[in-house]
Design a protein around this ligand. Structure first.
Ligand code: S3P
Length: 450
């Protein structure tokens, strides 16, 4: 699956009860950061459990283009020999980040305070997404950018030769923007401050600390103030990437809606800035348990057990939880379709600028499959039809968006009639083993041409 070649239409039919163990791949956010921070360190960083999806592989290729040595052992361990903060060389070609918003925005930050000129591009989805949210704060360091109308890729950044430190309050709740500013701050003298009114995923802060940067976070009335001392020497690390809660969401949610299911998803990262979906599912009445909670490599992890939950009720999702489950609203809306009553999701306008406009993509696809959805600019509601109550039967568009494709394949697993996704290839960006993993549990997928 590649997302750049021929579309791969996929049919999902009613699944057998889902049972067994689902070993989902490594966390996408932590995988990107491992490669980038490894490339900015002096010495060799080792990474086990790296997500080998297209998004992360594009970041690995980019780090090589900036001069880092990035290699994978036969046993699956990755080794990154870094060039040190400020040590990036100018790539001799365009940096193509594929579908990855996280990849391109973090790499823009990482090169922004080094005097090199870099042109970035990506696939049709990434080329439609706003980059101004990153290039605006990077301009404060002294970085120039030249992109298409609306701040779109392809875009060229000229790194600041004499960067100044920055104090920046995030205008949108975005970990990508926060991380871009912090990574740029690494090669600026003095202290760079980021103020985030709403907490977003904090992997960059945790990992920077692990790599030996001087970074502090303080919760104040203004929000969380993150202070980074510039120009540290980053020390290489040995990293075990926890499994991705955003990928775990698919087998977990499928188990909740497919009759008689009982699935164990081991070793899932449960950083509180990422775990909002699981709180929401429990509030809805999902049978979800966390076994063996523990700490691994500075991140909380546990084994998740999910069982068929016929008594789930629609709820109003607390808007303050949005950032901690931002990638999970599409699959939540599928679960909500099988609950009793209405699920209300507010404060979610960021969903409109993800790999696709996720509110629009899910609303159209769910309606086509017999579910009532209402929407406004920053809210949407799904009216559940109860267990087994979704008619299904429609063909939906994935819009180059892996999470939309996976959400509708999960819908088909519990709907009365098969659901067809027009292109499953984007799934390879974040969850390359999705199809085999779900089929092993009990899913019934079929290529449309077969
Ligand atoms: C990510 C941050 C989020 C999320 C994305 C990964 C990250 O994006 O949607 O999948 O790794 O920092 P925003 O920063 O745009 O909210």
């Amino acid at each position: 699956m590649s997302g750049h070649g021929e579309p791969q239409p996929m049919i999902s039919r009613k699944a057998a009860p889902l049972t067994g163990v689902a070993e989902v791949p490594g966390d996408k956010s932590i995988s990107h950061r491992s490669l980038i921070l490894g490339a900015l360190s002096v010495g060799e960083t080792r990474v086990r459990g790296l997500l080998e999806g297209d998004d992360v592989l594009a970041t690995a290729a980019a780090m090589r283009a900036f001069g880092a040595d990035v290699a994978r052992n036969d046993d699956g361990e990755w080794h990154i020999r870094g060039v040190g903060t400020g040590g990036f060389a100018e790539p001799d070609n365009v940096i193509d980040c594929g579908n990855a918003g996280t990849g391109v925005r973090l790499i823009m930050g990482a090169m922004a305070t080094t005097p090199i000129t870099v042109t970035f591009t990506g696939d049709a989805s990434l080329r439609s997404r706003p980059m101004g949210r990153v290039t605006d704060p990077l301009a404060l360091f002294g970085t120039a950018s030249y992109g298409r109308t609306g701040g779109r890729l392809p875009m060229t950044l000229v790194g600041a030769a004499e960067p100044v430190p920055v104090r920046y309050t995030l205008p949108v709740a975005s970990a990508q923007v926060k991380s871009a500013v912090l990574l740029a701050g690494l090669n600026a003298p003095g202290e760079t401050l980021v103020i985030e009114p709403e907490a977003t995923r904090d992997h960059t802060e945790r990992m920077l600390m692990g790599f030996g940067a001087k970074i502090t976070s303080e919760d104040t009335a203004e929000g969380r103030i993150i202070t980074l001392a510039g120009q540290p020497e980053l020390r290489p690390q040995s990293i075990d990437v926890p499994r991705d809660p955003s990928s775990a969401a698919f087998p977990v949610c499928a188990a909740l809606i497919v009759e008689e299911s009982d699935v164990l998803v081991p070793n899932i990262g449960l950083n509180p800035t990422r775990a909002g979906l699981f709180d929401t599912l429990r509030d809805m009445g999902a049978d979800l348990t966390f076994e063996n909670p523990r700490d691994e490599g500075g991140e909380p992890v546990a084994d998740l057990r999910a069982r068929f939950s016929p008594d789930m009720k629609g709820i109003e999702v607390p808007p303050e939880r949005a950032a901690s489950m931002i990638d999970e609203y599409p699959i939540l809306s599928v679960v909500a379709s099988f609950a009793e009553g209405q699920t209300v999701m507010r404060g979610v306008k960021e969903l409109r600028v993800k790999e696709s406009d996720r509110i629009d993509a899910m609303a159209k696809g769910l309606r086509a499959n017999g579910v009532t959805v209402d929407e406004g600019e920053d809210w949407w509601t799904v009216t559940g039809r109860g267990p087994g109550g979704v008619p299904g039967g429609a063909r939906v568009e994935a819009r180059l968006d892996h999470r939309i494709a996976m959400s509708f394949l999960c819908l088909g697993m519990a709907a009365q009639n098969a659901v067809t996704v027009d292109d499953a290839s984007p799934i390879a960006t974040s969850f390359p083993v999705f199809q085999s993993l779900m089929e092993k549990l009990g899913a019934s997928f079929q290529k449309e041409s077969e």
